[in-house]
Design a protein around this ligand. Structure first.
Ligand SMILES: [Zn+2]
Length: 311
């Protein structure tokens, strides 16, 4: 009876060893090395099995279990080239539809993260501008105002100074330049729409044929000053960036104002000022420079240094 209890534990190991033996054509020596029973133990078990019905029945049970496990192990197979296919899927270029969907989701998410004051503030300032322009019957008000509104709003779209979610955004897999590009698209589209609406309102003051000229008057400066404000805001305090951009825009008006006209300006200065004024009337050049500045802004958000400068 004692001996029988002792074999109950060994039977399990015996069945497992037998399983190894059945599994492949492994040499007997290997089984002894890799098996769980020594030769002496195995011989003892076999001798006991010949005499004990209970243990023989138990052995059949364990062997059935072992067979079952083995059968299931072979059923679970990794599909061929699973890792290769997964990698290929990861590195594959997304389809156009997927790309649009992702862009749309990014835009939606970023629209909520932009300082919400930007939207009503720009609209109110532009509305006031339109009212003033209509009352004074001066189309130039929009040309003066639109670039400033756009530049100021673009200066606040990115950076820890404005963004409660920046810390979070920096930990997400979306790269900083994609976030910046999404916000740039949103705010710039909004500014363009606002200024277009303002220009339409001014159609009561100008003949329709002049509409294109009116748009070109503000489009170049608006884009250039927006790009400059955005780039500067990544490198310095927003207030400084906005001040610099506004000053650049104001200087050209100083030249044509009465104030400077009274001052006897040296001829060299006059040439410089007049060239400066002409610079703002070249939409092609302004748009070209704008694209360079926007590019620089997108590149510079990739550098951690650019962000670290900001307190
Ligand atoms: Zn027994």
């Amino acid at each position: 009876m004692n001996q029988h209890t002792e074999f109950e534990d060994l039977l399990l190991l015996y069945a497992a060893d037998a399983d190894i033996r059945a599994d492949a054509d492994i040499a007997d020596a290997d089984i002894r090395g890799g098996g769980r029973l020594s030769t002496a133990e195995r011989n003892a078990v076999e001798e006991h099995l010949r005499a004990c019905d209970v243990c023989r029945a138990d052995l059949h049970l364990w062997q059935a279990v072992a067979n079952e496990i083995r059968a299931h192990n072979t059923e679970i197979r990794m599909p061929d080239h699973l890792a290769d296919r997964a990698l290929a899927q990861i590195h594959a270029r997304p389809s156009l539809q997927t790309a649009f969907l992702r862009a749309w989701q990014l835009l939606k998410a970023q629209a909520l993260l932009i300082q919400y004051e930007v939207w009503p503030a720009s609209a109110v300032v532009m509305l006031i501008g339109v009212v003033v322009a209509l009352l004074a019957e001066k189309v130039g008000v929009i040309r003066f105002l639109a670039p400033l509104v756009a530049a100021a709003s673009l200066a606040v779209i990115y950076g820890p100074e404005h963004d409660p979610a920046t810390e979070l955004a920096l930990t997400t897999p979306t790269s900083p330049w994609k976030i910046l590009l999404a916000r740039l698209t949103l705010v710039s589209s909004y500014n363009l729409l606002l200024t277009l609406l303002a220009s339409l309102a001014l159609l009561t003051l100008i003949p329709p044929a002049m509409f294109g000229t009116l748009i070109l008057e503000w489009l170049g400066p608006l884009t250039f000053l927006s790009a400059l404000a955005l780039l500067l805001s990544l490198w310095m305090h927003t207030s400084n960036a906005v001040t610099i951009v506004c000053s650049l825009w104001f200087i050209q008006y100083l030249y044509s104002s009465q104030f400077l006209g009274m001052w006897n300006m040296p001829a060299g200065w006059q040439v410089g000022f007049s060239a400066y004024q002409q610079f703002w009337e070249m939409p092609g050049l302004l748009l070209l420079l704008s694209s360079l500045l926007f590019g620089a802004a997108l590149v510079s958000v990739q550098w951690p240094v650019g962000r670290a400068i900001k307190p």
